[in-house]
Write a protein that binds this ligand. Structure first.
Ligand code: ADP
Length: 489
């Protein structure tokens, strides 16, 4: 199939979260299975530009209708392999910024314009490059408008789109692209698209909603999350639109995979020692290196908990913050926390790290590959107390490195982590709790630490089991193939 994948981020060109990892790995896995893949993404001058890439071609003068005028962009072309090419839309007025979406905790005021432009530019690029896709795969709100365009007279009449079906993947429904309705002006679409079955959302426009309701198939990144988002609690006011899709058999959940080449403790050159499920000796070396790197006492016997996360409300780290000091005071545990986001949480964690330097190390910011891989490898247990988690990648990275995830039972965390059972440690892969409150989280952390100290053979069995789980993209890619075929039914 000819598949065009439109995304606002992709590793290594630009990344804020899991979307970037998926937008690199899934197109690659689909290309390996023989499909013709084109990835369209913005050229972020300050992030992508820093990589000093060499390009295989340029398409100058891409005309993008935008409100009353035509803006002129450029496409930078990078061929990754015979059937996998990245097309970067370069338009510096919108994409030459110090960060991707927000600055100092506030969205850029022109984000609506930026991503309306990007969606329109993607449609224009498909025409200009003669891509003629069978599938137009859209990801999150940034590119959702493409599925509205595809159904609109602006594009539906082009022979290039005659055989095109759209797939809208929701990586996180908490971000929808909701803006003043005046922004409809920039889209080139008429007011007939401002209705409750398309872009209208409480008298504003909602780009993700339009994408969901116009796409041929909607998917999300785990099976449990696909069910959860049908409820008002998890649906962020789009639950009824999603129930509409589900009722018509158009909503699917496919659990993400991970890049098992990049995340492989047996070959990972970023680690001070390598290891595998057969021989875990190197993991102890990584633990010592992690303690040293984050200036904690090098003690092999102490349970070491890792956290690597955006400090967003979604991640439940406010609840972790509220039980952390109690544990730092009473328990002989170590914590390494790496993250950036909520300024109040950042300050609180930094304050606790200065008060308990023997037990808590904090790095606020976006860390490099070496430290994030070391954190996954060197921790004993990895904490993810998410309020909701569409899929989550870090729990899978952890398991691959024999680090046991401690997670709340939600979304992809529920689908990928098997709770510890003393009767079957060889079938367990982590620790699971249900209610997100201080007590549950603290008790689960203490429970995991008890097992770590009292039942080392169970922990070893769990580590080995976790490392043997198959999270490769190949299986996931085959499920997407089925979804693409269904989109054509
Ligand atoms: P989300 O996309 O909601 O942030 P995921 O678990 O799907 O959550 O993916 C998060 C990705 O972002 C992982 O690759 C994780 O390692 C990375 N990440 C998150 N915060 C940081 C940080 N502060 N420094 C480095 N990498 C980070």
């Amino acid at each position: 199939m000819k598949i065009v994948w439109v995304t606002s981020e992709s590793t290594p060109y630009a990344k804020t979260g899991g979307l970037a990892d998926v937008s690199a790995a899934l197109p690659e896995a689909l290309a390996t299975r023989g499909h013709q893949i084109s990835v369209i993404l913005p050229y972020y001058a300050q992030q992508t530009g820093k990589l000093n890439l060499t390009f295989d071609g340029f398409h100058a003068m891409l005309g993008v209708p935008f409100g009353p005028e035509t803006l002129w962009a450029q496409i930078r072309i990078k061929k990754l392999r015979e059937n996998l090419t990245c097309y970067f839309i370069e338009f510096n007025r919108f994409f030459d910024r110090s960060t991707l979406y927000d600055w100092n905790g506030s969205e850029y005021p022109d984000n609506a314009k930026r991503f309306i432009f990007f969606s329109r530019a993607a449609m224009q690029a498909i025409l200009a490059l003669g891509l003629e896709p069978d599938i137009l795969h859209l990801n999150d709100w940034h590119s959702a408008l493409c599925s509205v365009y595809l159904k609109s007279p602006l594009y539906s009449g082009f022979p290039a789109f005659r055989n095109t079906r759209s797939v809208m993947t929701i990586h996180n429904i908490g971000y929808q692209g909701i803006y003043d309705k005046g922004n409809l002006y920039w889209t080139g679409l008429g007011w007939e698209y401002f209705n409750y079955m398309c872009l209208e959302f409480y008298d504003r426009i909602n780009l993700l909603k339009g994408g969901i309701l116009c796409a041929d198939i909607v998917s999300t990144v785990s099976r449990t999350y696909a069910e959860e988002i049908l409820s008002p609690e998890y649906g962020f006011s789009l639950d009824s639109a999603l129930r509409h899709c589900a009722y018509r058999g158009r909503l699917r959940g496919i659990t993400n995979g991970i890049n098992t080449k990049e995340w492989n403790p047996a070959t990972d050159s970023r680690l001070p020692a390598r290891y595998s499920a057969k021989n875990l000796k190197g993991k102890a070396v990584c633990k010592a290196a992690l303690q040293k790197r984050f200036e904690l006492p090098e003690r092999p016997e102490v349970p070491l908990f890792g956290i690597l996360s955006r400090l967003a409300y979604q991640k439940g780290l406010d609840v972790f913050a509220s039980c952390l000091e109690d544990m730092l005071y009473h328990d002989d545990f170590q914590f390494v926390l790496v993250g950036a986001g909520d300024p109040g949480l950042q300050k609180h964690f930094q304050y606790l790290a200065s008060k308990y330097p023997q037990r808590l190390a904090v790095f606020i910011g976006y860390t490099n590959d070496i430290d994030s891989h070391l954190l996954e490898a060197g921790s004993d247990i990895f904490i993810m107390p998410s309020r909701y988690e569409p899929c989550g990648l870090n729990q899978m990275y952890s398991m691959r490195y024999g680090t046991l995830p401690l997670v709340r039972h939600t979304g992809g965390l529920a689908d990928t982590v098997r709770n510890y059972s003393p009767d079957a440690p060889g079938k367990s892969t982590g620790f699971v709790f249900w209610d997100l409150n201080t007590e549950s989280l603290r008790n689960t952390i203490r429970w995991a630490a008890d097992i770590f100290r009292d039942s080392p053979s169970d922990i070893l069995a769990m580590r080995k089991n976790a490392m043997r789980m198959d999270f490769s993209w190949d299986h996931t890619a085959s499920l997407y193939e089925g979804l693409y075929h269904d989109a054509h039914q």
